[in-house]
Design a protein around this ligand. Structure first.
Ligand SMILES: *Cc1c(COP(=O)(O)O)cnc(C)c1O
Length: 386
């Protein structure tokens, strides 16, 4: 095998995946794995979904890219479908979660400009991306090493602390940005009460409420948007990961003033909204819109949580999440669990310092769930003994 010249920015597992089908992937040696990661919540329709493959192939044969000075029918239709689904007014299509959050931050800064409100408040433990501005927005110190100086105008507040939120949301603030379920830091759902309180404060004070649903959105929790479970309507929602089933995409959804503040020349992207990604996104939205699909996601999530909790396993401290976004807090090393799972043909993720994170494809079957969980249970037994 040739040497690996890709930069060593990930703790890679030495696995080279070459193909997949549904919730199964296969490595170069032909070994199969049940995929409880969907590429960090990206392969929402699983691998090689026939409709997604056909749409991508068909679109590739028509037109892959046009510059954004021309309009693409696929981008119009995807944006339409997103607004119809969420009640938002307009969409900016881009290529990743970080880029969607950058767009949201720019919208918020411009909305606050005339009144001198420029601070974006985020939560401790949040994760908003890897660009310099979204690293600054990320409320975890470990992300603020090495790459400074960071842009000013970010403030952080403890999640679930209503008094602290009330105090920090002053006249200098243009937006509050948060993940309804914090993903990277350990699958931590915010309470509906806190989300509603935050939305109410923002509305009263003319502060934009930005929901970063890059990980928890697009049906992941069994609801198209996680924020709607709490009964809130953010001013801006950012999406990415699962939106095009694996093709790079991001989206900033906005309503009200936030939907119209950006004027020609204010923002842009070369690849964003390209017909290929948009065609893929349309398939994902259509599949998620099928009768019973999202209810099925919710049920599968309950099956996983119910099963894991029924073990009363000594290595399991807690299991939490919504739909197919699940965090299992373990007393053993999550990295060890991840490694042992690979050896037994199961791919899982970790999050935070003590969480095994499960983000299976939304199309996973009950039988696959049961098979994967049986492996996980054996692995937890082994890890607990070691
Ligand atoms: C993954 C993630 C991002 C960053 O998305 P990229 O596509 O990697 O830039 C931002 N916010 C949340 C909540 C995420 O989970």
């Amino acid at each position: 095998m040739s040497s690996d010249k890709t930069m060593n920015t990930y703790k890679r597992m030495g696995l080279v995946l070459v193909r997949g089908s549904g919730s199964t992937v296969e490595d170069e040696e032909g070994k199969k794995y049940l995929d409880f990661t969907s590429g960090i919540g990206v392969n929402s329709l699983g691998h090689a979904h026939p409709k997604l493959v056909a749409a991508i192939a068909e679109q590739a044969g028509k037109i892959i890219h046009t510059c954004n000075y021309y309009q693409s029918r696929e981008a119009i239709e995807l944006s339409d479908a997103l607004c119809a689904r969420t009640g938002m007014d307009a969409v900016f299509l881009c290529n990743s979660g970080a880029e969607a959050n950058e767009g949201a931050i720019k919208i918020a800064r411009k909305c606050g400009e005339t009144r001198g409100a420029s601070t974006v408040v985020t939560l401790h433990g949040s994760f908003h991306g890897r660009t310099i501005a979204t690293l600054a927005a990320t409320g975890q110190d470990k992300f603020h090493e090495h790459f400074g100086p960071f842009p000013a105008g970010f403030a952080y507040v403890q999640a679930e602390d209503k008094a602290a939120l009330d105090a920090v949301l002053d006249k200098s603030v243009c937006a509050l940005m948060l993940e309804p379920i914090q993903g990277e830091s350990g699958v931590l759902p915010l309470s509906a009460g806190y989300l509603r309180y935050a939305a109410k404060l923002c509305a009263e004070r003319g502060i934009l409420f930005i929901a970063d649903e890059v990980q928890c959105g697009v049906g992941r929790t069994g609801s198209f948007l996680a924020s709607s479970c709490a009964g809130i309507r953010p001013d801006i929602v950012t999406l990415a990961k699962g939106l095009a089933g694996g093709v790079p995409v991001g989206a900033v959804l906005a309503r009200g003033e936030a939907a119209t503040i950006l004027k020609p020349g204010d923002h842009g992207t070369t690849f964003g909204g390209n017909p290929l990604a948009a065609a893929a996104g349309r398939v994902v939205l259509a599949e998620l819109g099928a009768s019973g699909f999202l209810e099925g996601v919710a049920k599968k999530g309950e099956r996983i949580l119910g099963t894991v909790l029924s073990w009363k396993h000594p290595a399991v401290i807690q299991a939490r999440g919504a739909g197919l976004m699940i965090g299992i807090v373990v007393s053993v090393s999550p990295d060890k669990v991840k490694e042992l799972c690979i050896a037994h043909g199961l791919l899982v993720l970790t999050a935070g310092s003590d969480v095994v994170r499960l983000l299976p494809p939304l199309v996973i079957t009950d039988a696959e769930i049961d098979r994967g969980l049986a492996i996980l249970r054996d692995v937890l037994d082994q890890a607990a003994k070691a």
